[in-house]
Design a protein around this ligand. Structure first.
Ligand code: BTN
Length: 259
């Protein structure tokens, strides 16, 4: 099994580099619509049309890591969605390796798939896919943005970067190699029998806010309650004040009142 701490390129994955591209996720989509080879990490030095979750822009300057893993996972859409948690664990491992020991506990995962450092967002994931006839995923793009150098101001959730938090300078290529290694490790865990259960347990151990009061912003409403758990499909289980619980599969989590 690939060692999560190693800094050599993992076996079985390709990589391609672009100086500038519209979006590595859009490039994955273009490939998905052809017979292009999969299991390839696409990395760009900068993106002119970087995209985030829920239709937001993803600011993509030189110095940060912008990459997409292009896969053909041959599984159901719900199984493919589990790879978001696999990816979150991989980002967490990669970032831990870049942090001084006294900051490592500050790196936490925020549902569904952000990485926070010191309570601010340093990384996000955008999963996109297409499904073919029988309900099998024909391609999957796992797009990851990791603020190594700079971060945007005035975001819905406060952001930060590795450099701003620690002064460390890590190159995007080094960041990608660490990430690709960690992904290969957690992907193997996921593929083993009972794999998502192991992923869910590991994810919860690294998550922020489990057992605490949170606010979840849905497209039409904000809900407040206690973050109880993740269900078997990765939905957030929120216990509301009337005692009922809701399984939430898409939304933005806040640990205080959103601005
Ligand atoms: C989020 O909103 O938190 C998800 C951000 C995902 C950004 C990455 S950068 C590489 C890839 N290409 C894109 O256009 N988006 C993803």
């Amino acid at each position: 099994m690939a060692a999560p701490g190693s800094n050599v390129w993992p076996h079985g994955y390709g990589q391609e580099h672009f100086e500038e591209i519209d979006s590595t996720n859009t490039e994955a989509r273009r490939r998905g619509e052809t017979s292009a080879a999969a299991s390839v990490w696409l990395r760009a030095d900068s993106q002119t049309a970087g995209r985030g979750r829920r239709g937001r822009e993803w600011v993509s300057p030189v110095g940060n890591l912008m990459c997409t893993l292009f896969l053909r996972p041959a599984c159901s859409p719900s199984a493919a969605a589990e790879l978001s948690f696999v990816s979150g664990l991989a980002i967490h491992d990669a970032v831990i390796q870049m942090l001084p020991q006294d900051r490592q506990a500050d790196a936490r995962l925020k549902w569904p798939n952000d990485l926070l450092l010191g309570g601010k967002k340093m990384s996000g994931i955008l999963l996109e896919s297409a499904t073919q006839g029988a309900g099998e995923v024909s391609w999957l793009a796992i797009g990851i943005g990791l603020n190594l150098a700079v971060f945007p101001k005035d975001t819905p959730y406060p952001a930060t970067s590795l450099r701003a938090e620690t002064g460390q300078i890590v190159s995007p290529q080094e960041g990608l190699t660490r990430l690709a290694n960690a992904f290969a490790h957690w992907h193997e865990v996921w593929q083993a029998p009972g794999g998502f259960e192991a992923i869910r347990t590991a994810w919860l151990a690294r998550a922020k806010g489990v057992g605490q009061r949170i606010v979840v912003r849905l497209s039409d409403v904000e809900l407040e309650g206690t973050f109880e758990a993740l269900d078997g499909e990765g939905a957030l289980i929120l216990r509301l004040d009337d005692g009922s619980s809701r399984a939430i599969s898409a939304g933005d989590v806040f640990f205080g009142q959103p601005k």
